[in-house]
Structure formats: structure tokens, C-alpha cells
Design a protein around this ligand. Sequence first.
Ligand code: ZN
Length: 279
Amino acid sequence: MRDLCADARLLSLNTATLGPQRSLADAVEGCLRHGIGGISPWRDKIAATGLEAAEKLIRRSGLIVTGVCRGGHFPAADADGRARALADNRRAVDEAATLGAACLVMVVGGLPPGSKDLPGARRQVEDGLAATLEYARTQGVRIAIEPLHPAYAADRACVNTLAQALDICDRLGEGIGVAVDAYHVWWDPDLAAQIARAGKAGRLFAYHVCDWLVPTQDILNDRGMMGDGVIDLRSLRGLMEDAGYDGFCEVEIFSAATWWPRPVDAILATMVARGRSCV
Ligand code: ZN
């Protein structure tokens, strides 16, 4: 396994970790102060900065863009809604291309309002991914499906396991892979086999870390700092690296009560220390 103790260059900051009140500039400057080597911006932060200004800011910083969060949310109640989703995903591809991102992360979407048709939603997801992938290939952007914990199947993502995501990748072909997020996949009894499968197919595009707290107070916004929960992150990174993953460990912590209220430097100093001791 790689040694993450020497410095923080293999850590990437997902901008969600600093909380909604911080800007892209806050995130970039924080990474530079703490020796963090990568950044993964959410699109609201890109929009608030302006795409061109965001591109300049990141390029000057020398940070590697490990992903853009996020495209997806394909299922909709009608054709208009589906068309709007596809148009938004094309813009997301353009943003990822402009920023030179390693991938565009897909949170694929759940059930349309009022629907109980989960197989139908999953078909819409695959159709949406196929259409977006076709465009992404022309722009040189890789698509990374992020399977989310099944608790999110209704409202955020009806792709819930690595196996399900990789089956979609196998059907769609080149240019599409997975973002493995420890929070979403750590419980999966098939995890080791599916990570190995993804590695063999060259589909490990991103690796996100945080921790699973016991008890978890809020499934969305109570994610733990690495080391504060029950995920064996060292073993998980071992599975990723054994499968050939040599990219960044992207820290993505939604934590409304515990971490977001803290000063940026306190969050980042802890992230770097835990990167050494726990990731
Ligand atoms: Zn993630």
C-alpha cells in the first residue's frame, strides 16, 4: 500500500467537507495552506464563482481536480423533465471538461415524485447515462457512477451497489466507471469482489472517504471524520490499491452539526492528521 504519512498530496478535498457557507476560493486556499493535493468541487460552488474564474483559480493553484460533483438525477415524471435533466448533464460534462476533472461523478437520481416504479426509474437512469456518456466521450470526460447507500434509493440514487453500477458500465462500454465512496459501500458483503472486478475492467475512477458514525443521527448530514466511526478505511484502501487504484483519497464529509460549524483550518488540519493515521 502507498504511504500516506509523508504528506497530504494524495488527499483531495471535496468541497462539501467545508460546509455550504464556504466558497471555492476558501477551499482552494485551504488546500494550499495544508499541502492537500487535490480538489473536487460541487457545481454550486463552481456556479457561485463562475466557470471561467473557477478554472483560473484552480489552474493557478496547481491542484488536481479529482472529480466534479455532480451530474445525474435522471428520472423524471415526464418527457420535459427528462429532457431538462439531460440538458443539465451536458452542462455538467462541459464544466468537468473545462476544469480538466478526472471524472464527472453521477448521483443518478431516485423515484420521480409520486412514483413507485423503481425498475422504471432504473431504466431511466441507464438511458440518461447512455445519452450523457455519448456526449462525454466527445468532450474527453469520464463518467463515474457513485452507488449510494440503499437508504437513498427513493430520493437520491437508485443505483445502490457496486455490482449494479458495474453491470451498467459493462452494458455501456468505454468511458464510464465508478466512484467508490466508503460511506455508501462499506457494508456490502460483496465489496472486495466488486472492487477487484472494477479494477480489472479499468473502472475505478474515484475513491471517497469519510466514516460511518454509530449512531448516525442524520443519514445525509451526519457523516464522520475518518477514524471517528466503524469503517475499516485502511483495509478498504488496501482493496482499492490491490485492484490497481492509484488516485487520490477524496475526503467528502457532510456534517452539519459537528464539522461544518468549525473554522476551515480546524477541519483541514484534522483531515490531514486523520489522512495519516486512519485512511
Ligand atoms: Zn461521494
